[in-house]
Design a protein around this ligand. Structure first.
Ligand code: OAD
Ligand code: ZN
Length: 243
């Protein structure tokens, strides 16, 4: 199977990586679903929704601070790095559902963050946007413009993805030769529709995930391994081609 995949990859000019929490799992960051997943421990509606923030801003903010601390202590892993290294050989875009910024820290240049970034904030009332550095206070900061609470600039349950961000993700998906889907359960819409945009445009779909997903049956090449196991090996194919 790897041989045929190799042939496909050799011909590919543009690759898109659609990533989810699983790619950061080997950096020590919890996934959402499955064993040890955040949504097994916590109720997402009580921590990751606008209503939850209105009901208890301190609780929500402290939970995000805990996640920020864990993310800051983590490092991009060999999976993130392998994707960034591929930029030297091919046109590469990353479309991620992750808010941890690890693709940026691995120095991927073209990253679309579908669900935002945990280190950014936006005002609950006006259009002010800000950044969080490494000082975490128990209460959300106040807006510099209007004094209202700032909230994490991430997509919460019941909210839509920013239109420009979504259009960019679709544009990458319809123009790639290969889409490599890494570490996502494909349980969340609309991110789980992007592979159809790619497929309808005749792209080859590759999935890297130790588990099956609801869309595994549509995948051309399924690699049942972890991101750190599979990605460096896959990307070494390109390195040997450029020599
Ligand atoms: P999930 O937690 O739903 O899925 C993680 C996937 O990664 C699963 O399919 C695992 O089998 C797989 N996995 C686990 N460890 C892995 C590893 N080391 N290498 C490769 N794969 C591994 O995470 P997402 O699909 O990213 O949304 O979740 C999507 C969205 O649901 C998140 O962005 C978040 C959540 O609610 C919002 O917060 C808006
Ligand atoms: Zn404001």
């Amino acid at each position: 199977m790897i041989d045929t995949l190799e042939d496909t990859l050799k011909r590919a000019e543009k690759l898109v990586f659609l990533t989810g929490a699983g790619i950061s799992q080997e950096s020590g960051i919890s996934t959402f679903r499955g064993n040890g997943g955040l949504w097994q421990k916590y109720d997402p509606m009580k921590l990751a929704s606008a209503q939850a923030f209105r009901d208890d801003p301190r609780l929500v903010w402290r939970w995000y601070n805990d996640r920020r601390r864990k993310i800051l202590a983590a490092k991009p892993n060999l999976g993130h790095m392998a994707i960034a290294n591929l930029q030297d050989h091919r046109q590469v875009s990353v479309v991620t559902q992750n808010i941890d910024g690890l693709h940026h820290r691995a120095e991927s240049r073209e990253v679309t963050e579908l669900h935002g970034n945990i280190f950014t904030t936006k005002c609950t009332k006006c259009n002010f946007r800000g950044k969080i550095r490494d000082e975490f206070f128990d209460l959300p900061p106040s807006c510099e413009k209007c004094g209202s609470y700032l909230r994490p600039d991430v997509v919460w349950f019941g909210e839509g993805i920013n239109r420009e961000v979504w259009n960019q993700a679709v544009m990458h998906s319809i123009s790639c030769d290969v889409m490599i889907i890494v570490g996502t359960s494909l349980a969340v819409s609309p991110a789980n529709k992007l592979h159809s945009y790619a497929k309808n445009n005749k792209a080859t779909l590759v999935e890297i995930n130790p588990e099956n997903t609801p869309f595994s049956y549509k995948i051309d090449f399924s690699i049942k391994k972890t991101a750190v196991d599979a990605l460096p090996r896959l990307i070494s194919i390109f390195e040997s081609l450029s020599k």
